[in-house]
Design a protein. Sequence first.
Length: 339
Amino acid sequence: MSMSEARFTASSSRPGAIEILTKKHMQLFSGRAHPELAQEVADHLGLQLGDVDIHEFANDEIYVRLKENVRGSDVFVFQSHSHPVNRNLMEQLIMIDALKRASAKRIVAVVPFYGYARQDKKSRSREPITARLVADLLTVAGADRVVSIDLHTGQIQGFLNEPLDHLTALPLLVDWINGYWGGEEIVVVSPDAGRVRLAEKLQGQLQRATIAILHKTRREHNVAEALAVVGDVSGRTCVLLDDMIDTAGTMCSAAEALIEQGARRVVACATHPVLSGSACERLDKSPIERVAVTNTLPIPAGCSSDKIEVLSIAPTIASTLKAVFEDESVSELFSDQNQ
């Protein structure tokens, strides 16, 4: 935002001393994971993205050099942990390290999609907790603060000793649902027990809405099987809600189970469109009528499904970064619904 300006004046309280009055300086740098969203956020803030040279050595190691002075600035490092996840995560860590060594005053890691979040606890013996590992990596690299959107589980906030601003896309999804089916009886459907709290939040912002839960088992990673619908969905518009759509197996099997129970229609909402493998093809063949996602991640190049509607999260991120920079409340932007 405002360029850093310093003004030297004689100290009235300490004769012989000099006081420096400064203006804060905000800069936004983006990695290569999702520069389109970063540019959209920068446009909302009236900023230009910082100039940075990023490329690979011959052995695929990542080289980063900041081409602007960042000394004394509040610098926001924008990077979603999209495919390829390992490269994009490492790229952000290296950018943060470069900023720390260039004497940035405060470094904020902006991570719209937080990678490795699904391994947030040990479900079986000898498993890692990668969500904590990523938090440690960001902190050790030099991040003073993290901004993320709709984490896989809220407990990840406790994995960081530095402040974490947890944003939510629920207001966007509420507007989308009301725009199409605002006058209908809606059932917000949680695809599993872990998403009940999220479904309750959405239900609370909709009129004439109830909740249903799908009981499912997961035979192996990325393979889910819906078994039963708990709740009345007959003749109603069902809104499937999840934090992400990865392979779309959960969403598609859930939609089939809801239609079998007499649902009038099934639509789906998710913040993060991971859309791995043949996810788009599965959605096209499923009974789901429409799918709303945000642009926290770029839609894969091979996905051209007409069912998918992308909602921009850029204004939400921009207003949050402005609040962080100005040391204002972030929770007030979401009426305390972002926890």
